[in-house]
Design a binder for this molecule. Structure first.
Ligand code: SF4
Length: 631
């Protein structure tokens, strides 16, 4: 009998031999690995040899929906792309919403596992249980919008959903992204470059299958309950999007500004969600089945031409290309956002890398001779926009910045490394751990490098109201955002595993009550059961989260990473210079102690290596031989 909620089929594509096959893992596989990140890690650990070139044909690229995604439920639209990351050399995963994942499920598959490298540009076309590799020479080199239009026209169906790369991915920019519908982005980890290295421009999907649900009435009831909560209690997330965060963080003195040299930006209001709403916002976008509609759509006519088709800047983009570069020009940020979409670049890494170069320029480490005449000063909006384009083209100084802050700093030499804000090579997202210290653990322990969506940020749990949202996890008391005691580590451990569940089951964190959305943790468990009929529990799902952490850790150990890589840029151990949190810093000793406590709570030894007994408890016996032996 066909399973409820999912297809039970994984598509496998070898681009080198052009052989396409499918496999049908047993139901227990889906229950143990769910989908998304955890499912991807299973394949990567089993099928990717350690030490391979992330941009070589041997890398394995996975697109994974989950056993639960694909039905019109609030926030359940997400999927994962994963591979060995070219920017970190470690496990790379990145999630996006939109419509691609539900369409893949309707097309008859739960995930796509891609190996090899095509001998010329191709795209993959998946329709109603069948797949073919097609020539993409005519769209290679095209911007994402033009390529998407051309593929839709060629296949003769406007409803096709397409995940694709731009020229940035083709030119192997180390932080190239993958987009679907031009607005939903797998930004982090450089997975667009992995796709480019495989000569794979796009994956187009279309399907008409409606999957069987275990309890359709119950599914409808939960979907309605959650949607009704949103209707009666909408948060500013709908009205202002994630851009609402700019003013909140600036008031708290933790809006990363001028490459994290300060947390207060004098032009915050000019780049805020409120200003966007009053000026360039022309619409709000959404993802499959989600009434929240948090996505921005902006239009600018002068001095730049910005089209709403590319959406509009989210918080991270406003911060990265705005405050972090000292840029207070909203139209310039909207233009840079569009360029990132067109070339297929991660806006976070692009902004953090340009901000790094701006600080080097201000310190005299770089001059106009290095930058091709561009005055790369903080606040120079024109220079910021010009650099985005140069990175997308890998032209002039942009070719160096296309490598990311870590490699660029090594090549620049002098003192540049001091200003390279990254963890494990991944440029920092736009959140300041000195004002929410759980984030120090999130940045340091994330297997993919500095990541801000590993857990809800500490201020959520400073109040009884916030703690109420996490009661099912056994988080019972508020904790200060500046607390880094063992209580905070415990909270972090639980929430990090919960977020791994979100990233494996394909639910959007913005739809969760922690961040102002309408979906509770209990809703997720009930919904999973109504879709699949598994009779699962929060406890069982949390074990998937732990399994994800353990597998990612083993992946990175295999690639030569160690506890030494669980660190932060030195700047965070120095005090903030102004604002309400003036003088606050991460205490090095306290941080190291918290890290040790984290390892212990995860069932890892003092070097961050999972104990064999922990792997046995997680049913990962098969992964034990993959842990490198000590000399
Ligand atoms: S909350 Fe926003 S990003 Fe998340 S699913 Fe809804 S519209 Fe998409």
């Amino acid at each position: 009998m066909e399973p409820y909620g999912y297809n039970g089929k994984i598509l496998r594509v070898d681009l080198s031999s052009r052989v396409i096959t499918e496999e049908a893992p047993p139901p227990v596989f889906y229950r143990r690995y769910l989908g998304g990140g955890a499912l991807s890690l299973y394949y990567l650990l089993n099928e990717l040899r350690p030490g391979v070139d992330p941009l070589g044909p041997e890398n394995v690229l996975i697109f994974a929906a989950s056993a639960v995604t694909g039905h019109p439920a609030v926030g359940f639209s997400r999927y994962t792309v994963a591979a060995k990351s070219p920017i970190t050399g470690a496990f790379g995963e990145s999630e996006a919403g939109g419509w691609w994942s539900p369409e893949l499920k309707s097309a008859g598959f739960d995930a796509v596992v891609i190996k090899g490298k095509a001998d010329k540009p191709v795209y993959l076309w998946i329709k109603n249980g069948k797949a073919e590799i097609r020539d993409a020479s005519h769209v290679w080199g095209q911007m994402t919008r033009e390529a998407q239009q051309a593929i839709r026209k060629e296949l003769g169906d406007e409803k096709i959903r397409i995940a694709l790369i731009g020229p940035g991915g083709e030119r192997l920019v180390k932080y190239a992204c993958i987009l679907n519908e031009l607005k939903h982005v797998h930004g982090r980890a450089g997975l667009g470059a992995v796709m480019g290295a495989k000569n794979l421009k796009a994956i187009a999907v279309r399907g008409e299958k409606k999957m069987a649900l275990h309890a359709p009435e119950k599914v409808r009831e939960i979907v309605k309950e959650v949607a009704d909560i949103w209707k009666t209690k909408p948060s500013p997330l709908g009205e202002l999007g994630t851009a609402r965060t700019i003013m909140l963080l600036n008031a708290a003195g933790i809006l990363p500004t001028r490459n994290f040299t300060t947390g207060v930006f004098e032009k915050a209001e000019a780049i805020s969600g409120e200003t966007m709403k009053d000026t360039i916002l022309v619409g709000r976008g959404s993802c499959h089945g989600c009434p929240i509609r948090c996505k921005r759509e902006v239009k600018v006519d002068e001095p730049y031409k910005v089209d709403p088709e590319y959406g509009g800047p989210e918080y991270e983009t406003l911060g990265a290309l705005g405050s972090l570069c000292g840029v207070g020009d909203l139209k310039a940020i909207a233009m840079a956002n569009q360029l990132c979409g067109a070339y297929g670049l991660d806006t976070i890494s692009t902004g953090t890398t340009i901000a790094f170069a701006m600080e080097c320029f201000e310190k005299g480490i770089l001059t106009t001779q290095d930058t091709g005449g561009i005055k790369l000063e903080f606040g120079n909006a024109e220079a910021m926009v010009a650099m985005v384009e140069k990175i997308g083209k890998r032209e002039g100084f942009g070719d160096l910045l296309a490598e990311g802050v870590k490699i660029a700093a090594e090549k620049i030499g002098k003192d540049a490394g001091r200003y390279a804000m990254h963890v494990k090579g991944l440029p920092l997202p736009i959140h300041e751990p000195r004002g929410k210290v759980g984030l120090a653990l999130a940045y340091a322990t994330s297997p993919t490098g500095a990541d801000h969506i590993e857990h809800p940020h500490d201020p959520v749990f400073e109040t009884e109201a916030g703690v109420k949202l996490a009661l099912p996890l056994g988080i019972l008391e508020p904790l200060s955002a500046l607390d880094l005691s063992s209580k905070k580590v415990r909270m972090f451990v639980y929430l990090q595993q919960l977020y791994n569940v979100f990233n494996s089951i394909g639910v959007c964190i913005l739809s969760i009550r922690f961040l102002g959305g309408p979906t509770s943790i209990t809703n997720i468990v009930d919904y999973t059961n109504a879709v699949t009929g598994w009779g699962t529990s929060l406890w069982e799902l949390m074990k998937v989260g732990e399994r994800h952490s353990a597998m990612a850790r083993i992946f990175n150990l295999r690639e030569g990473l160690s506890s030494k890589d669980d660190d932060l840029p030195e700047r965070f151990f120095e005090p903030l210079d102004q604002g309400p949190l003036k003088g606050k810093k991460i205490d090095r000793q306290e941080f190291q102690k918290a890290l040790g406590t984290y390892y212990g709570m995860m069932g890892w030894d003092k070097n961050g290596v999972p104990f064999e007994s922990k792997l046995e408890e997680l049913e990962l016996e098969w992964a034990k031989p993959l842990i490198p032996k000590k000399d």
